[in-house]
Design a protein around this ligand. Sequence first.
Ligand code: SF4
Length: 253
Amino acid sequence: MQKQDKIAVSEYFYSLQGEGRTMGIPAIFLRLTGCNLICGGKGVEKDGILRDGATWICDTIDVWMQGTTWSFDDITEELNKTTDFVKRLKEGVHLVITGGEPLLQQTRILHYLEYLEEEHQLIPVVEIETNATILPHEDLDKRVHFWNSSPKLSNSGMSAEERLNIDILKWFSRNDKTMFKFVLSNIEEFEEIRDQLISTSVIDRSKIVLMPAADSIEQLLERNEMIADLCIENQLRMSTRLHVEIWNKLTGV
Ligand code: SF4
């Protein structure tokens, strides 16, 4: 580990984990810069126009496209000032590393976790949110407690080659620390998951959690029942979206 290592960060805040297996747990979110996909279709980042069959746009695209490259000392000092970072993580608050696609910077993440242990005697509970297109290094996997994987469907406007890597998906599916989160707005999207990922044994159904696509409380309530029915019918786990439920359309909370 090099103490002078750097990491590109777009946003950080202290809140609750809003979805999935650890929903409700207090967490400090570190959003890293950059992604290898452009959900909404390539070009959507410039004009907001959906392309290539996309039905939705990545809701953090404006955030992860910007960022600052920090030294480990500087980002830790900044996080301590804004979130009481080291103290809270020592008390059990989770560190959620998200993006963009954080695994684009996986060596930096590993070095930062090593730095936190060596310089601050801190071994945090780490969750990494990933689109599951990049294989994690073994050394990083050892330091991660939860892999929150969200493979993208055809409605993202990305080609199957770009968004699905079967070997990598199987690696995540074999990993005890993985949950696959899918955000759905209709039944056809579930059928794509069922036919391409569950029936083909790429993803173990016990690792799947379905959530309603919603950017407002009204939409969440409207779609909750559809997701509940799908989960009951197909023996899958359901999660709501705590941030939408509590803060409605606010982001960064
Ligand atoms: S993979 Fe995630 S962060 Fe990247 S563009 Fe798609 S939704 Fe956004």
